[in-house]
Design a protein around this ligand. Structure first.
Ligand SMILES: Cc1cc2nc3c(=O)[nH]c(=O)nc-3n(C[C@H](O)[C@H](O)[C@H](O)COP(=O)(O)OP(=O)(O)OC[C@H]3O[C@@H](n4cnc5c(N)ncnc54)[C@H](O)[C@@H]3O)c2cc1C
Length: 433
């Protein structure tokens, strides 16, 4: 007889681990299936870990999770070809007992999270791909089919935590493949430097970290951002743009990354580093409007598979963990109440999501992807104007400050005209509200 589980979780990224851990901790019999050699082997992330989402699942995670540095400073750069205008926020209050954000290395972090899942009692099987969903006569999902011999397993519920490119949900008709304008392709390298060099270059004490998010002409008019994150003995350096934009411009992602690394603002930070890893991954950036149906008879969708990424704030793993936890809590609730896992009872997951920061944040930015996609001036004209304005104002050359202000205003009006400027402000304000 086939072994039957209370729940099967497909995927061992943050969303799948959060779901499997919560379910196993509550005493349910859980099977988690991961196609990678080990959890994290297939995963790519910047990566910033937002503590709050994990703390709600494993409050003691700081005791043994592989954390690199806690973030004390955030830099935001608006870049043009020669420089950048930026904003910094740094505070010693981020040096708190329980820091709010950390940099992590996903391969290590996912392995650690998976060990917690196993310690909670779940059965985790790696190097196994779920190839199809098993359906009952009424179409209800009753388990999974894997690529193992006799690899059919049944369960009361299947949680799809298969990530952005998950083919399972698409093949089963539960969601459509994300559109090219709804996914970014990000490329990332790990640059190794001695710990003291990183701390000197970024003005850090031991364990403190800086993260830099950069936008502007470095993406050559494409919708996208670049980043530099400080780990203990390495820097994560990456850039990502919409797949549709890469297609239109025929730009190669690694060439874009090379140009970012050669930029005069970036090069001094990474100079002399040994590059050890190169990875590419998709990010679902379609936001609220790209979220598919999230529940049905016998199934739930969590994490990137459900398009849960807040691209404006570069948050993904925390949404993944929160959706995984809320999905698991719904299943636990139904089990306690003796309710079958059919759509009507699984709707509770969507209701909980609607009440959470996850949906509220995504809803707030629902028009942002479209606004950025159709208004490329935010990635071309404005970074250049802002950088020129900063340079003009800072260069002491005998012109009066009033004259400089006049010249700056004239440059903005010449380039975008008054109507264009007002429309752009209005569009951005609407998309951001
Ligand atoms: C370059 C980059 C930088 C990022 N930076 C950040 C950041 O700094 N902070 C942040 O919070 N988020 C960041 N994100 C987003 C974050 O990585 C994702 O939101 C998060 O990993 C989603 O978790 P997930 O569990 O839903 O999916 P994933 O992490 O993609 O995990 C899905 C898992 O499912 C497995 N799988 C897929 N199909 C099958 C199958 N059929 N059978 C078995 N297993 C399967 C995969 O192997 C994988 O392990 C970044 C993403 C990228 C690409």
């Amino acid at each position: 007889m086939r072994e039957h589980f209370h729940a099967i979780v497909v995927g061992a990224g943050p969303s799948g681990n959060a779901a499997a851990y919560t379910l196993a901790k509550a005493g349910l019999k859980v099977l988690q299936i991961e196609r990678g050699e080990y959890p994290g082997s297939k995963n790519v992330q910047g990566a910033i870990l937002y503590a709050d989402a994990l703390e709600r699942i494993i409050p003691t995670f700081r005791e043994d999770a592989p954390l690199e540095r806690h973030v004390v400073e955030q830099r935001i750069w608006m870049m043009d070809q020669d420089g950048h205008a930026g904003a910094h926020y740094r505070s010693s209050s981020f040096n708190e007992e329980k820091p709010n954000r950390y940099t992590i290395i996903r391969a290590q972090f996912d392995k650690w999270f998976s060990r917690q899942v196993q310690a909670a009692g779940a059965l985790v099987i790696c190097e196994t791909t779920v190839t199809a969903l098993l359906r009952g006569e009424n179409g209800r999902v009753e388990g999974v089919v894997t690529d193992r011999e006799n690899g059919v397993v049944t369960a009361d519920i299947v949680i799809l935590a298969e990530g952005v490119n998950g083919l399972l949900g698409t093949r089963a008709g539960l969601r459509t493949r994300p559109k090219a304008e709804h996914v970014a392709l990000a490329v990332k390298e790990m640059h190794f430097l001695p710990q003291e060099t990183i701390e000197a270059r970024f003005n850090l004490k031991e364990d403190e970290g800086v993260v830099i998010e950069a936008t502007g002409t470095i993406t050559e008019g494409m919708v996208g951002t670049a980043f530099i994150y400080t780990n203990k003995e390495s820097l994560s350096v990456g850039i990502g743009c919409l797949v549709s934009d890469f297609g239109e411009t025929k730009t190669k992602p690694y060439e874009l990354l090379d140009r970012f690394k050669r930029h005069s603002s970036v090069h001094p930070l990474i100079e002399g580093a040994e590059v050890k890893e190169y990875a590419a991954h998709l990010i679902p950036e379609g936001g609220y409007k790209a979220i598919p149906q999230l529940y049905g008879d016998g199934w739930l969708i969590v994490g990137d598979a459900g398009s849960f990424v807040n691209a404006a704030h570069r948050e993904g793993s925390n949404l993944a963990m929160t959706t995984g936890r809320l999905a698991a809590e719904t299943v636990i609730h139904n089990r306690r109440m003796g309710l079958p896992n059919v759509a009507e009872n699984l709707k509770r997951y969507k209701d909980e999501l609607d009440r959470s920061f996850v949906m509220q944040d995504l809803k707030k930015y629902r028009n942002l992807p479209e606004t950025l996609h159709t208004n490329k001036q935010f990635f071309t004209t404005y970074p250049h104007l802002i950088s020129s304005a900063a340079q003009k104002l800072l260069r002491v050359d005998g012109d009066s400050k009033r004259q400089k202000e006049k010249d700056i205003t004239a440059a903005f009006l010449r380039t975008r005209r008054f109507g264009g400027l007002i429309t752009d402000v209005f569009k951005m304000a609407r998309a951001w509200r």
